[in-house]
Design a protein. Structure first.
Length: 354
């Protein structure tokens, strides 16, 4: 019998609105309030400066290990800028900037990386899940939240973040398959920063757009310039609107770059110097700031004032975290055990039936 073509998409679209030099494609410019651009720009600067401040604190022995954000600000703040308060955020382990946009305090982040229980507390009524350290497990949580949203007939969505390495995990394929089968309102955002812990992503995704992996589940998959906050915002906003209208899940691959190692103990020596230089020249914060000034939304004086305000906020957060009354280390064992009397009844108001 003759060969017949399949209906599998053969092309993945790549979107970029601000090019490497910060030039704007006016035909693709999204229509959003001016103040949102300024909020996004400030949030990116705050994320960058907070990351640098945490690195100094870690080097002083006042914080534990953490995964730096530097370089990936646009790829995670662009998506959350397109979300509503009742949407669910499902982060991995490098999304402190996205969590801060959604209301998490800087003090909470500092306490968390300092090893204190208070930093891991999730406020009542929050629609932000805590960070997830195991690679890819949060993808299942995002798919499950999408199912719950659809079951309850809500018009909110779930947005789940993960890295390129997670697309080689079984949880990734199980989560996308579930989301596609039940057509849940979940947006899967892959921050492809080109490296796993220490090897190029091509070692596990050989010469392919990672978005094509979503297409195998008949799920829309697209690729966007992760160093372009405007492009990321527009791409996610469009998929979020589709999900709200009952069109099911989508996958977005944001091509970005981490300027530092995988975590604070990783010097990143495997990242070629020429490659680092090329990506730093595409810094999303520099490009967006240049465009805001070109639009007339921001003057040099306003930019300086904005940055000074960020520094004051960071200092206030650091001082608050330093002075906070903290639980002793043994408090980490609370809620793990129930003590029983000789008759087998739980003491101290412990739960029944254990």
């Amino acid at each position: 019998m003759p060969r017949t073509p399949s209906d599998i998409p053969d092309r993945v679209e790549y979107r970029s609105i601000l090019d490497e030099n910060g030039n704007l494609d006016r035909g693709l410019e999204p229509s959003i309030p001016d103040e949102l651009w300024l909020k996004l720009y400030r949030a990116m600067i705050r994320a960058r400066r907070f990351d640098e401040r945490m690195l100094r604190l870690q080097r002083q022995g006042r914080l534990g290990t953490f995964a730096p954000i530097k370089g990936q600000e646009a790829s995670q703040l662009g998506p959350v800028a397109a979300m509503r308060d009742d949407d669910w955020l499902v982060p991995a382990f490098r999304e402190a900037a996205a969590e801060a946009w959604r209301g998490r305090t800087l003090e909470s982040v500092l306490l968390y990386y300092g090893g204190f229980n208070q930093g891991g507390t999730v406020p009542e009524g929050s629609t932000n899940l805590p960070g997830t350290i195991p690679v890819g497990t949060q993808i299942l949580h995002g798919a499950g939240l999408g199912y719950a949203i659809k079951y309850r007939k809500k018009d909110s969505v779930a947005v789940v973040f993960f890295g390129d390495g997670a697309t080689s995990e079984g949880d990734f394929h199980e989560g996308l398959n579930f989301a596609a089968v039940f057509q849940v309102p979940t947006i899967f955002v892959c921050q492809n920063n080109l490296y796993g812990l220490s090897q190029p992503w091509e070692a596990s995704g050989y010469k392919c757009y990672l978005a094509r992996r979503a297409q195998s589940y008949n799920m829309p998959g697209s690729c966007v310039d992760g160093m372009d906050a405007i492009a990321v915002y527009r791409e996610v906003k469009e998929t979020v609107d589709l999900a709200r209208s009952g069109e099911g899940p989508s996958f977005i691959e944001a091509k970005t770059y981490r300027f530092l190692g995988h975590y604070v103990g990783d010097p990143g020596l495997y990242m070629p110097a020429e490659e680092r230089k090329a990506w730093r020249e595409r810094d999303a914060i520099v490009k967006l700031g240049r465009q805001l000034r070109a639009w007339g939304y921001l003057t040099e004086e306003e930019d300086e004032s904005l940055r000074a305000g960020v520094e004051a906020e960071l200092q206030e957060g650091v001082e608050y975290a330093r002075s906070s009354p903290l639980n002793p280390p043994e408090a980490a064992l609370e809620d793990l055990y129930v003590h029983f009397d000789p008759a087998g009844n739980p003491l101290d108001g412990g739960p029944q039936g254990l």
